[in-house]
Design a protein. Structure first.
Length: 240
């Protein structure tokens, strides 16, 4: 198995500085320590997503009030509530950090109870899923691991593998940050992701998110002017 850079000895610090900036080495621990107090005074604001009004999700783990997690979690839950847990696969262990989950979780690197430590490309279960979810995971493939292959090719292979695990008319939903992985951005820009529906959101202010066009999202930068993602893509793929 390839080593994930932020699981290697000292690699996590180097990776963190490269991806998020040296200042976050100070700010992230500070926010984490102050989270119990901050969350008493922060009111999660609403945002629009595909004609529905949702409320951002604030949680101390990974400081969701300063990152894209604040909108990713409620968006994911809108899809989950329509499908039985037994028919769901999550690629990348994210949702279990914010509450109990009953669906299958596949994560190549993260260890934990019930987590299937396999690569999605080589995963061949004896079942098919109505819904596969992947939150801010695809952008790391071939980019944050010690892989010699092209990141764009590995991402498209992962998506193809996910689609092969769906039931007829099943749905794959992924969220990815814009401007984190240049090869992924180029896949989006050149329309080489076979999504049937693409929804873009960008930050209006440090605490607000608004839907926007693809062109507007692709102009956004990562970790500027606000920490972490300043725009995300929510892409839906349907197995016909």
């Amino acid at each position: 198995m390839k080593t994930h850079l932020y699981n290697a000895r000292w690699g996590k610090v180097r990776w963190f500085i490269t991806r998020f900036g040296a200042m976050e080495l100070v700010l992230k621990p500070l926010r984490t320590v102050l989270a119990p107090i901050l969350l008493l005074f922060l009111k999660p604001p609403p945002f629009r997503f595909q004609n529905s009004q949702l409320v951002q999700f604030y949680h101390r783990y990974n400081m969701t009030w300063v990152s894209e997690r604040g909108v990713e979690i409620p968006i994911a839950r809108t899809y989950l509530e329509k499908v039985l847990p037994s028919a769901v696969l999550e690629v990348g262990n994210v949702l279990s950090h914010y509450g109990s989950v009953d669906h299958d979780v596949l994560d190549k690197f993260e260890k934990g109870s019930g987590i299937i430590n396999e690569d999605i490309v080589g995963y061949h279960p004896d079942k098919r899923y109505e819904l596969i979810l992947s939150l801010s995971t695809m952008e790391h493939i071939g980019f944050d691991d010690e892989s010699a292959s092209n990141s764009a090719d590995k991402i498209t292979d992962a998506i193809t593998s996910c689609l092969a695990l769906l039931t007829p008319h099943g749905k794959l939903v992924i969220t990815v940050p814009i401007a984190y992985n240049p090869e992924l951005d180029e896949l989006i820009r050149s329309h080489r992701l076979p999504a049937h529906r693409a929804t873009f959101l960008k930050r209006g202010t440090s605490k607000t998110w608004v839907e926007c066009s693809e062109a507007e999202a692709l102009k956004c930068r990562y970790k500027s002017p606000f920490p972490y993602a300043n725009a995300i893509l929510v892409a839906e793929f349907t197995n016909h």
